[in-house]
Design a protein around this ligand. Sequence first.
Ligand code: CP
Length: 300
Amino acid sequence: MKHLYDIKQFEQQQLNDLFVLADQIDELTVAETKTWHHGKTAMALFFENSTRTLMSFQLAAQRLGLDFNALNITHSSTNKGETLKDTLLTLDAMDVDAFIIRHHENNIAKKITQWLTNDSCIINAGDGTNQHPTQGLLDLYTIRCHKENFTNIKVSIIGDIKHSRVAASLIDGLYILGNRDTWIYAPNNLLPKSTTAHIATSMDDVLCNADVVVMLRIQKERMNQLPAVTLNNWHQQYGLNRDLLKRAKKDAIVMHPGPINRGIEIDSVIADGNQSVILEQVNNGVLLRQALLHYLLQSK
Ligand code: CP
């Protein structure tokens, strides 16, 4: 694999191999991994806001010895009318080994792979409502840290599924790993057009005996108008509180890709509680991005 634009590019064995590589990296010191890709360069182009993905890619690249640069989009020549294609071709002429791109347009990462003439790889850090494959990888890895396998667990995903590239990548990844017990719950107008997941009819239904609960925020930035369920009653109908979490299994883990909206999709007592693995997801994000960069760059 040269580029990663969609988690569906992976086969089951490749995902398992990547997770084993992450396990191995976790056992090593930064001094050891820093020699792996010394002299190579990664560049981030983020046309949308980010805290976790951008910073964890930076740390992951640096811990593998890469030089890491992030283009400041607001100060770049895109504001003088330069097209995205010309921007990419310009930066590609500087001998960059890996471009990490976040953009509002669906499928743009795949499109960019056809523009570049040099040997650089493209990594999708989130494209519109389409895919966020590295978030999917770190979410799957986090589940693997807590559950014995992917096939005998119920995974429940609640919130704005329609606009969530995180949910899309996670649902696809779970399917590749053999899970057939993935459930989603959202207002009808925030459900995806097609999905391999089961559609639940209530919070009770989606949470009943769940092993993994994934909460999502409303992606207001991707909506022309807010859904009929407003922020005020979102918490009542789609928010996770202590009583509702009791419907899930006692050892269920609670996940959220972040950023979280406390008191809307999740209560603080849950986000900060002992079933929450939200910060563990962040920690695994650096590790999985290290594994992915190594996986894609090792043949270069
Ligand atoms: N989960 C995620 O993509 O977070 P950021 O937007 O902060 O990168």
